[in-house]
Design a binder for this molecule. Structure first.
Ligand code: GLC
Length: 546
């Protein structure tokens, strides 16, 4: 990698789900003070940047993804002054800061939506959102058949008879991105935070901003069992071509500021080609590669995703950004710890099936980490992934808070299982999540045995997940072959993924059922488990000097 390549082409970015990272003010909810107190940990882990889930003023109907004021910090998390201090201190630790921005919708408590409600039907205040009359003789049917991602219809009717669109919860009305004030406002919000020193933004639901002007009904659904090639079908509200105009304008805003500010898109596209359109030279810098996250633990599936992603992103000059877990999906040791680790279909809920073999899942998660961190490009680590945390699948129903639980009529438990506050130290809850001697219970209950998984318990234990991540991240920083660049596949037995990076580095991942011989090497740099007699056991991975 050349020394002049911008940092984001090879960055390892750590996702801080602020509610669950560290509680500094002793109320059982994570906050900015907590993040500040843990910067030394992040530094010693060896990450380049943190992405912080929304910290703005919010009624928390979707835990911050319902923003009431984009220029204010929610009091639950701290103050604007504390956010500024965090940015400065993180920079002193050599860690960049990337907040989340939520442009698809606001909170229903946002001043604009409140003004729209007060102004009534047919007023310009309503044009900043998507209000429509209903269908049917009395307008009692929603304007079209669109569905909320969280369950139920995407429309809610007001007492005055009009309906408004919300692709998520009713408390998250969708903005109208055809409206010039909406565009101007977000560019101004970007400048507000860029001038406070943030290094970029993660863009929430980047693929949803533009809707078909006529709001037509949905196209017929593809059969999820259909394994044939995925043809792109124009969709009335996902991944429309017009969305790229918005991001071209955002790119110009980022370029007004010094120091390689960057965007990462949360864009669910139905092919690597469609995803690559977000990261063309005049568009956004990077986009999460969800195809990697959705792949099953299967050599063919993984290799196809890696090849397609590198080819399509490479064609537009963008780096890949690999991701295994985040705050919306089942944690990967639990996904991989099942007999069949079936491929995930976008827009379908992924719920684990069959009994969990966590030892198996953990073994694979260790290998997946070495695979991800050896691939060309950047990578995301979701807090707690470095501790090997599994999904908490048995949260009591009374504890569930994700709006999906209510909206699905209690058929889908939602995403709380990957959002449980992380364990830092000590033998009992809250495991150092809140200050010592606290009386506040963490906002979601932690499993009783998470003491074994705490940062304290794993530190210095060479066999732990935490030390594997630390070693991998430190090696990655030092090794010139890692990060940005390309890979070359090596000959390997069936079911084994083996590739070299530049001069002198190779990664081998054994997804077969048999031990596999290692290619010629001068030394083992790092391995997910013991390498004996020159053989790599099934579900293990290794980094080699070659
Ligand atoms: C994104 C976020 C998710 C949120 C949704 C609505 O998918 O990652 O957590 O609920 O957008 O903002």
């Amino acid at each position: 990698m050349s020394n002049t390549a911008p940092w984001w082409r090879s960055a390892v970015i750590y996702q801080v789900y602020i509610r669950s990272f560290a509680d500094g003010n002793d109320d059982g909810v994570g906050d900015i003070a907590g993040i500040r107190s843990r910067l030394p940990y992040l530094k010693s882990l060896g990450v380049d940047a943190i992405w912080i889930n929304p910290w703005y003023k919010s009624p928390m109907a979707d835990h911050g993804y319902d923003v009431a004021d984009y220029r204010a910090i929610d009091p639950l998390f701290g103050t604007l002054a504390e956010a500024e201090q965090l940015i400065e201190e993180a920079h002193r630790h050599g860690i960049r800061v990337i907040p989340d921005i939520v442009p698809n919708h606001t909170s229903d408590q946002h001043a604009w939506f409140q003004a729209a409600l007060a102004a009534g039907t047919g007023t310009p205040e309503r044009d900043r959102y998507i209000f429509r009359p209903g269908r049917g003789p009395d307008g009692t049917e929603p304007p079209n058949d669109w569905l909320s991602v969280f369950g139920g219809p995407a429309w809610t009717r007001l007492p005055d008879g009009e309906w408004y669109l919300h692709l998520f919860a009713p408390e998250q009305p969708d903005l109208n991105w055809q409206h010039p004030e909406v565009r101007a406002e977000f560019e101004s919000v970007l400048r507000f935070w860029f001038s406070r020193g943030v290094d970029g933004f993660r863009i929430d639901v980047a693929h949803g901003l533009v809707k078909h002007p006529e709001l037509p009904d949905l196209p017929p659904r593809r059969d999820p069992e259909d394994e044939g090639p995925r043809q792109h079908v124009e969709h009335p509200h996902w991944d429309r071509d017009e969305v790229h105009d918005i991001f071209r304008a955002w790119r110009k805003v980022a370029d007004e500021f010094p120091g390689d500010r960057t965007f990462v898109a949360e864009a669910w596209a139905d092919s690597p080609e469609r995803l690559a359109a977000y990261v063309r030279q005049d568009g956004l810098h990077t986009a999460f590669n969800f195809d990697f996250l959705m792949a099953s633990w299967d050599p063919k599936d993984l290799r196809a995703v890696i090849d397609d992603s590198l080819a399509m992103l490479g064609a537009v000059g963008a780096p890949a950004t690999w991701v295994l877990s985040n705050h919306d999906v089942v944690r990967h040791p639990s996904r991989y710890g099942r007999k069949t680790t079936k491929r995930w279909v976008a827009n379908e809920p992924y719920r684990p099936e069959g009994p969990l073999d966590l030892e198996l899942g953990t073994r694979r998660a260790r290998s997946a980490a070495l695979l991800m961190l050896a691939l060309p490009g950047g990578a995301y680590i979701y807090q707690g992934e470095e501790l090997g945390l599994p999904e908490v699948e048995d949260l009591p129903e009374t504890a569930l808070q994700d709006p999906i639980w209510e909206r699905s009529g209690h058929t889908d438990r939602g995403r709380d299982g990957c959002r449980v506050p992380i364990p830092w130290s000590g033998p009992a809850a809250p495991f150092g999540f809140s200050p010592d001697g606290t009386s506040a219970a963490p906002w979601l209950p932690q499993p009783a045995d998470w003491g074994e998984r705490s940062v304290e318990a794993q530190t210095g234990d060479e066999t732990s997940m935490l030390e594997l991540y630390r070693s991998a991240l430190h090696l990655r920083r030092e090794h010139p072959a890692l990060g940005d660049g390309s890979l070359t596949w090596l000959d390997a037995p069936t079911g084994v993924l083996a590739f070299s990076r530049g001069q002198g580095f190779a990664c081998v991942v054994n997804l077969s059922a048999e031990p596999c011989p290692l290619p010629d090497h001068t030394s083992v740099l790092l391995s997910s488990g013991p390498v004996e007699g020159g053989l790599l056991a099934p579900d293990h991975a290794v980094w080699l000097a070659v």
